[in-house]
Design a protein around this ligand. Structure first.
Ligand code: B3K
Ligand code: ZN
Length: 877
C-alpha cells in the first residue's frame, strides 16, 4: 500500500451521474453488471483517462454506450480499470461486468456470505471488490439496484432506498429492485439476500409521514429483536426533537448477521449489524448488552444525517462523521439513562482506550494528514476524541449557539461531501466566535497535560489559579502549539456552597467555564470570602490529563459536595489512585500493602449514601483498572505487581466495609420481572460490586455460587460466573458453574462468546494454557470475528497478567495468531495487534520479549497492508 496524503487531495476528473447495478446471485460466481453514467468535469483536459478502482477483480465485459469497447482503449488489472479516449464533454455510459465469489470472501469486505446469507460491507474501500468504480467518498450518485436470485434460497433481497418492486424472473429465480434517490458514496451501498425472519413496525415522522421499519434476523430469533426496534423508534424521535432531523425514505431496515468485522454499518436505509448489537432477551443478554444495543442502533441511525446526507470529502475527514455521531449517540444515551453515570462510563472508556493510543506509537491526530491503510484509522482517537472535540465546541459555544451551528451545518451542506473545516466554519458563522486556535485539536495528536496550582489570599479575598499546558511529542509531531482548552470549574466553599466570585482577571471565563488559551495563564477571582476547594475540569469538559496536587481532605470535600456528580466520582478516583500505585510498588518490592483510611472512609461513605443513585455508587466502587494504574505509573510496569497491589487494596476496602456490602447485597436485589431500564440495571450493578467485595472479605466462592444458582437474568448470571471463575478458577463451584452455563446456552453463539471471554480473562500465568485449550474446543471458530475476539481478543486486551506473563509466551502466542488470521481477515488481525500498542511502558524484560514478538510479525512475508502498517508504526522509535 502507498501512503496517501491529505495535501494531495483533488476532485475527480469525471463526474458520476448515476449508478445502475444488476446482481445475479450465485454463492461462488455472482455476476455484477454496473451501468455508470459519467461526464468529464468542466475544465478537465480531454486527454485524461478515467481510472476506476478495483480490488481482486477480473473484468469480463466492458461496453461504451451499449457497444463493445475496443480492447486498445482500456487496461484492466485486479486493482484498476483505465479507459482512454473518452468524450470531452458529453455524458457517456459504461457497462462493466465482473464475476465475484462471495463464498471465498473471508475478509468480509465487499460481497460475502454469512450463514448462507449474502451480505456486503463497503466502508471504507470494499465496493471496489464488487465492481470497478471511483471508490471514494466524494463521488455521490443515486443508485438503482436489481437483485436476481434463486427464489427459495433468497426470499429476502434487499438494498438501499425505497422498494421499487419484485416478481418472478425466470425458472426458479426472482428479482427485486430498489432505488435510492439520495446521492451517496459507494461506501454506503449495501445488499443483503437470503432466507431471514423479520419483525416489522412503523414510525410516524414529525411531518406526519409513515415509515416502515423492519429488522431482519435469522429465523427463530425474531423475538430477540424487539428491544432493538424499540431503541430505533426512540432514536428517530430523539433526532427530531434534539436536532430537527427527520428520516428521509419510506422504509428503514436493519439486518443482523453473525459474521461481521465490527459493530454495525450505517448503509443508507439498510443498516447491517453484528448480531451482538441487535439480539437481546433477559435470559441471554446483560444490562451492558442492552445499553450497547441502544447506543449502536442510535449511532447508526444518526449517521443518516451525520455521515450519509452530509458525508466526508475524503477519508482524512473520518472524524467529521464518526466523532460527531458518537457525540450524538452519547447525548442520546444520556437522555435515555443517567447523564452523569453515562459521562463517567464514557470518560473511563476514553482514558483506558484512547489515552494509551494517544500516548503510544499509534498516536495520530483526529484529522490525520496521511495514512497507508484507512481501515487502521477507525480508532478510538477518531471516534472518542472526535466526540470530545464536538463536546468542547458545545461547551465553548453554549447550548443555543451549538444548536444554531448544527442547524447551519445541515442547511449549508446537505447533499455534500465536506471537510472538518466546513464543519467548524458553521459554528463560527452561527456564533460569531473565532475557533481558529480551537481547530488545533483536530490536527495535533497527543493528550494535553494541564498543570494547575491554586493560591488563596484571605486578606484580599482572591483566589488565583495558575495553569500551564503542554502536549507531549507524538510520532511526526515533535512540537505542539497551545490549544484552546475549555475547563469547567467550581470553587467550593467550606459549607459546600459554590462561590460566585465578583470578577475575574487573567483570561476569559464564561459561566462556569474558563478558557485556557496560553501556554501558561493565571486567573484571579475576587470576592471569595473563604479558602475555596477547586473542582477543575468538571464533567471532563476537556480530554486532558490534569496535574493538580490536591490534599486528600480537599478531594473528600469535592467527593461530598460537588454538584457535578462526575467530579465527585473523579475525586474518589483521585483519592484511590495514589493508593493503587503505591500498592503496586509495595507488591513489587515484597512489602505489605497499606491503604489510606481517609480514602477507604470516603469510598464507603459514598457506597452507603442512599441519596446517590446505585449506578453511580457502583462506578465509584469499581476501582481504576489495572491498565489505568499502569498508565498512572507511567512506565517500567510490572502487571503482576499491579494486579497484586490492586487486589490488596480491594481486600482492605472489603474488610473495612463488609457490613455495608452485606447490606447493599441484600437491599439491591431487584424484585419482579426483568427490565433493562437504567434504574434496575443500576441496582444490579451495585449489587454485583458488593458481591465482588464480599468475596474479598469472605475469601470464599460460596456467595457467588449461590448468586449463580439464584440468578434469573444474564446480568446476574454472567457477573457471578465471572467472579467464581476469576477468583476461584480451580474450585469445583467454578468448574461446575462453567459447565452448566455451557450446557444451558450451547445453542446461542453470543452467550458462548461470553463463556469464552470469561475464561480468557482469568488472571494469572495459567491463562495462556487455558486459552490454547479453548482454541481446541470444537466451538472455537477462527473464521468468525466475534468468536476470535471473544477468546484471543479478550485475552490480549483484557487479561493483563495472563497476556503479559514474564516469559513472553503470551506475545508469541498473539504473534502466531496474527500471522494465522492475517491471510484470511487482515482487518481482524490488525485490530488484535493493537492490543500491544503500550508495549514500551512494560518493564524491560517483558518489553524486550514484546519487541521480539513484534519483530517476528514484521519479518513475516506476505503481510497485509493492515498488519504491516500497524507493526511498522509500533516498532518505529
Ligand atoms: N462506519 C462504520 C465503521 C466502518 C469501519 C470500516 N473499517 C460503523 C460506524 O462507525 O458506525
Ligand atoms: Zn459511526
Amino acid at each position: 500500500g502507498q501512503i496517501v496524503h491529505l495535501a494531495d487531495y483533488r476532485p475527480t476528473d469525471f463526474v458520476l451521474e448515476r449508478v445502475d447495478l444488476t446482481f445475479e446471485l450465485d454463492p461462488t460466481n455472482t455476476k455484477v453488471e454496473a451501468r455508470l453514467i459519467f461526464h468529464r468535469r468542466e475544465g478537465v483536459d480531454a486527454s485524461l483517462p478515467l481510472v476506476l478502482d478495483g480490488d481482486e477483480l477480473k473484468l469480463s465485459g466492458l461496453l461504451f454506450d451499449q457497444k463493445e469497447m475496443p480492447a486498445n482503449q482500456y487496461d484492466a488489472t485486479p486493482e484498476s480499470l483505465t479507459i482512454r479516449d473518452l468524450p470531452a464533454e458529453s455524458p457517456f455510459e459504461l457497462t462493466i461486468t465482473t464475476y465475484i465469489n462471495p463464498e471465498a470472501n473471508t475478509q468480509l469486505m465487499g460481497l460475502y456470505r454469512t450463514n448462507g446469507v449474502y451480505c456486503t460491507q463497503c466502508e471504507a474501500e470494499g465496493f471496489r471488490r464488487i465492481t470497478y468504480f471511483p471508490d471514494r467518498p466524494d463521488v455521490l450518485a443515486p443508485y438503482t439496484i436489481t437483485i436476481i436470485g434463486d427464489k427459495t434460497a433468497n426470499p429476502v433481497m434487499l438494498s438501499n432506498g425505497n422498494f421499487l418492486g419484485g416478481a418472478g424472473y425466470d425458472e426458479g429465480r426472482s428479482f427485486a429492485a430498489w432505488f435510492d434517490p439520495h446521492p451517496k458514496p459507494a461506501y454506503l451501498f449495501a445488499l443483503v439476500a437470503g432466507d431471514l425472519g423479520v419483525i416489522e413496525d412503523t414510525f410516524e415522522t414529525m411531518s406526519g409521514r409513515e415509515v416502515t421499519l423492519k429488522i431482519y434476523v435469522e429465523h427463530g430469533k425474531e423475538p430477540r429483536a424487539a428491544y432493538a426496534m424499540d431503541a430505533l423508534k426512540r432514536s428517530m424521535k430523539w433526532d427530531e426533537e434534539h436536532f430537527g432531523r427527520e428520516y428521509d425514505l419510506n422504509i428503514f431496515q436493519i439486518v443482523a448477521v453473525s459474521d461481521f468485522n465490527m459493530g454495525a454499518m450505517e448503509n443508507k436505509g439498510l443498516n447491517v449489524f453484528n448480531d451482538k448489537y441487535v439480539l437481546a432477551d433477559p435470559e441471554t443478554a446483560t444490562d451492558q448488552d442492552y445499553a450497547n444495543i441502544e447506543r449502536i442502533i442510535a449511532h447508526e441511525y444518526f449517521h443518516n444525517w451525520t455521515g450519509n446526507r452530509i458525508t466526508c470529502r475524503d477519508w482524512f475527514q473520518l472524524c467529521l462523521k464518526e466523532g460527531l455521531t458518537v457525540y450524538r449517540d452519547q447525548e442520546f444515551s444520556s437522555d435515555m439513562r443517567s447523564r452523569p453515570v453515562k459521562r463517567i462510563a464514557d470518560v473511563r472508556h476514553l482514558k483506558s482506550d484512547q489515552f494509551p493510543e494517544d500516548g503510544g506509537p499509534l498516536a495520530h491526530p483526529p484529522r490525520p494528514d496521511s495514512y497507508r491503510e484507512i481501515n487502521n484509522f477507525y480508532t478510538m482517537t477518531i471516534y472518542e476524541k472526535g466526540a470530545e472535540i464536538t463536546g468542547m465546541i458545545a461547551t465553548i459555544l453554549g447550548r443555543d449557539n451549538f444548536r444554531k451551528g448544527m442547524d447551519l451545518y445541515f442547511e449549508r451542506h446537505d447533499g455534500q461531501a465536506v471537510t472538518v473545516e466546513d464543519y467548524v466554519k458553521c459554528f463560527e458563522d452561527a456564533s460569531g466566535r473565532d475557533l481558529s486556535q480551537f481547530f488545533r485539536w483536530y490536527v495535533q495528536a497527543g493528550t494535553p497535560l494541564v498543570s494547575a496550582s491554586g493560591a488563596y489570599d484571605g486578606a484580599a479575598g482572591t483566589f488565583t489559579l495558575s495553569l500551564e499546558q503542554t502536549t507531549p511529542a507524538t510520532p511526526g509531531q515533535p512540537n505542539k502549539e497551545p490549544l484552546h482548552i475549555p475547563l469547567s470549574f467550581a470553587l467550593i466553599l467550606d459549607n459546600g456552597q459554590i462561590a460566585e466570585p465578583k470578577s475575574v482577571t487573567g483570561g476569559e471565563v464564561t459561566g462556569d467555564v474558563l478558557h485556557l488559551t496560553e501556554r501558561s495563564q493565571s486567573f484571579t477571582f475576587s470576592g471569595v470570602s473563604s479558602r475555596p476547594v477547586l473542582s477543575l475540569n468538571r464533567s471532563f469538559s476537556a480530554p486532558v490529563n490534569l496535574a493538580f496536587e490536591q490534599s486528600p481532605e480537599d478531594l473528600v470535600h469535592i467527593a461530598r459536595h460537588d454538584s457535578d456528580l462526575f467530579s465527585r466520582w473523579q475525586a474518589l478516583t483521585d483519592l484511590a489512585m495514589p493508593n493503587l500505585t503505591q500498592a503496586a510498588r509495595d507488591a513489587r518490592d515484597g512489602k505489605d500493602v497499606s491503604c489510606d483510611p481517609a480514602f477507604v472512609a470516603a469510598l464507603l461513605e459514598c457506597a452507603g449514601d442512599a441519596s446517590l443513585e446505585p449506578a453511580f455508587r457502583a462506578q465509584a466502587l469499581n476501582l481504576p483498572s489495572e491498565a489505568d494504574i499502569a498508565r498512572a505509573l507511567g512506565g517500567n510496569n510490572d502487571p503482576d505487581a499491579i494486579h497484586a497491589g490492586r487486589k490488596a487494596v480491594h481486600e482492605a476496602i472489603a474488610k473495612a466495609g463488609e457490613e455495608i456490602f452485606v447490606r447493599l447485597y441484600n437491599e439491591m436485589k431487584v424484585e419482579g420481572a426483568y427490565s433493562p431500564e437504567a434504574e434496575d440495571a443500576g441496582k444490579r450493578s451495585l449489587r454485583g460490586v458488593a458481591l465482588s467485595y464480599l468475596m474479598y472479605a469472605e475469601n470464599s466462592p460460596q456467595r457467588a455460587a449461590e448468586a449463580f444458582a439464584a440468578a434469573d437474568n444474564m446480568t446476574d448470571l454472567a457477573q457471578s460466573l465471572t467472579l467464581l471463575a476469576h477468583r476461584f478458577p480451580d474450585v469445583s463451584e467454578a468448574t461446575a458453574a462453567l459447565a452448566s452455563f455451557l450446557t444451558r446456552f450451547d445453542g446461542n453463539p453470543l452467550v458462548i462468546d461470553k463463556w469464552f471471554s470469561i475464561q480468557a480473562t482469568i488472571p494469572g500465568v495459567d491463562a495462556l494454557e487455558r486459552v490454547k485449550a479453548l482454541m481446541e474446543n470444537p466451538r472455537y471458530n477462527a473464521g468468525n470475528p466475534n468468536r476470535v475476539r471473544s477468546l484471543v481478543g479478550t485475552f490480549a486486551f483484557g487479561n493483563p497478567t495472563g497476556f503479559n506473563r514474564a516469559d513472553g509466551k503470551g506475545y508469541d502466542f498473539l504473534a502466531d495468531q496474527i500471522l494465522a488470521i492475517d491471510p484470511k481477515n487482515p482487518q481482524l488481525a490488525a485490530r488484535l495487534l493493537t492490543s500491544m500498542r503500550s508495549w514500551r511502558s512494560l518493564e524491560p524484560v517483558r518489553a524486550e520479549k514484546a519487541r521480539l514478538a513484534l519483530s517476528k510479525i514484521a519479518k513475516a512475508s506476505n503481510l497485509s497492508t493492515d498488519v504491516g502498517d500497524i507493526v511498522e508504526r509500533m516498532l518505529k522509535d
